[in-house]
Design a binder for this molecule. Structure first.
Ligand SMILES: CC(=O)N[C@H]1[C@@H](OP(=O)(O)OP(=O)(O)OC[C@H]2O[C@@H](n3ccc(=O)[nH]c3=O)[C@H](O)[C@@H]2O)O[C@H](CO)[C@@H](O)[C@@H]1O
Ligand SMILES: C=C(OP(=O)(O)O)C(=O)O
Length: 430
């Protein structure tokens, strides 16, 4: 069994190239099904979720060839709209195949989404959008089936702001008859990236990036190429690393405006930032101020950055408070951080942090991808050695996590132990 070993690393200095965004890539690869010719996507990260998509592609006849970060997809020979429930449930964003295959073939059978199940993550708004377009949805034990004789444009009012359902509704409506309007749509960069890609193939999607998106359905989509946006979540976590013990970290190949709320918060806690057109440098002087973080939907502070931010705030003298409006119970990293000596209390969906106390290395478990980032950052600031299990969760989202942290001087290594040699982390809570 693999685990990551982190040693106390002192100030971190260096430059990291940021790969393409996982959350965009997962949408774009499913969106490629909608095309009627070959599609090339640049900047696709080499992460486990992408390997799962390649497996699904093989099953349904969607040929996918990966050469470095360039993936070529040939959707012309898709012969099945049935996705193996086990494969669909192995990651979260399999739901995008529902929208894409429904749009192209009028039917799809697919397992329920898996991925980071840190809290309940409903898909009712995805279903509502499919139904509004004229589809019938049936639920079975481990899969659901969607069918439509014809998909017709509709007005869809989301009950909550959701990036997944906004993207899925765009996919389903791209080839529907007539006009669809999405109200209360998410404005995330990944929504805009998906719309830009589909428009490149000939779709007619207007207003992505605002809360009202208009889609004029088209009968077919061409092939084409597109470069995925950079991963703002990975970039944010690396910038935080500069604050742990002081240091200077530059993230290259980023779109600084995608990180607006994160950068503002980092400045608030005492990091100095310098932004260029496609790079950001964070300077830490080893002294941080405590603060309050309320994670929200874009352009708010990203929920996927609140866990690494919590690790950073452990180094800020005084009391910090972290809440998450997107996933109010997304605090599985907190008991693990406590194992390293962190003083954090969870009360009424708030993490109260008493920062500035020394951390001590130990064995911890990453329950999801961003919990993993949080534990890596905490491990680099803790005295001694920290061993992080749950590497499979981290590798769902991070390409060469060890190699990229080493680029900034982090003492991190991938290790292997027999499962029976691992300490029982669950029963040795501090
Ligand atoms: C693969 C992917 O892109 N994952 C990201 C995506 O997840 P995901 O697409 O699942 O998250 P959403 O943006 O859809 O969720 C936002 C909020 O809407 C709620 N909701 C969502 C759908 C639905 O049908 N009903 C409903 O109530 C969710 O519980 C949550 O409170 O956005 C999250 C929020 O930025 C990120 O943490 C994930 O990294
Ligand atoms: C929650 C995440 O991923 P997913 O939605 O794919 O589970 C994440 O990237 O932090």
């Amino acid at each position: 069994m693999k685990y990551i070993q982190a040693e106390y690393s002192g100030p971190l200095n260096g430059t990291v190239h940021i790969p393409g965004a996982k959350n965009s890539s997962l949408a774009l690869l499913a969106a490629a099904c909608l095309a009627d010719d070959v599609v090339t996507l640049e900047g696709i990260p080499q992460i486990d979720d992408i390997k799962l998509i390649a497996g699904i592609g093989r099953d349904i006849g969607m040929e996918m060839r990966q050469n470095g970060d360039v993936v070529t997809i040939d959707p012309r020979w898709i012969h099945s709209a049935v996705i193996d429930p086990g494969k669909a449930s192995s990651y979260r964003a399999s739901y995008y195949f529902a929208g894409a295959l429904l749009s192209k073939f009028g039917r799809v059978t697919i397992g329920f989404p898996g991925g980071d199940n840190f809290v309940s993550r409903p898909i009712d708004q995805h279903i509502k959008a499919f139904q509004a377009l004229g589809a019938q949805v049936q639920f079975f034990n481990d899969y659901y089936a969607i069918e439509a004789r014809e998909l017709n444009g509709a007005d869809i009012y989301f009950d909550t702001v959701t990036s997944g359902a906004t993207i899925n509704a765009m996919l389903a409506a791209a080839r529907a008859k007539g006009r669809t309007q999405l109200h209360n749509a998410a404005v995330d960069p990944e929504v805009v990236d998906t719309a830009t890609f589909l428009n490149r193939l000939g779709a007619r999607i207007y207003g992505a990036g605002t809360d009202r998106i208009r889609i004029e359905g088209v009968p077919y989509l061409n092939g084409g190429s597109h470069a995925v946006i950079p991963d703002r979540l990975i970039a944010g976590a690396f910038l935080m690393a500069a604050g742990l013990r002081g240091g200077q970290v530059t993230v290259m190949d980023v779109i600084p405006e995608h990180l607006g709320a994160c950068l503002a918060k980092l400045e608030e806690v005492g990091l100095e930032l310098e932004c260029g057109e496609s790079h950001i440098t964070a300077y830490g002087n080893g002294s941080l101020k405590a603060t309050r973080v309320r994670a929200g939907m874009y352009p708010g502070f990203a929920t996927d950055l609140q866990q690494p931010m919590t690790a950073l705030l452990l180094q800020a003298r005084g009391k910090s408070i972290v809440t998450d409006r997107v996933y109010p119970k997304r605090f599985a990293h907190v008991p693990q951080l406590r194992r390293l000596g962190a003083e954090i209390e969870l009360r009424q969906e708030c993490a109260f942090i008493r920062g500035g106390r020394p951390l001590q290395g130990g064995w911890v478990h990453a329950t999801d991808v961003r919990a993993g980032t949080s534990l890596i950052l905490a491990g680099l600031a803790a005295e001694g050695t920290t061993c992080i299990t749950g590497v499979e969760h981290i590798e769902r989202g991070y390409q060469d996590v060890v190699g990229s942290f080493r680029m900034i001087g982090a003492k991190l290594s991938m290790r292997e132990l027999e499962a029976h040699e691992l300490p029982d982390i669950a029963t040795t809570q501090r």
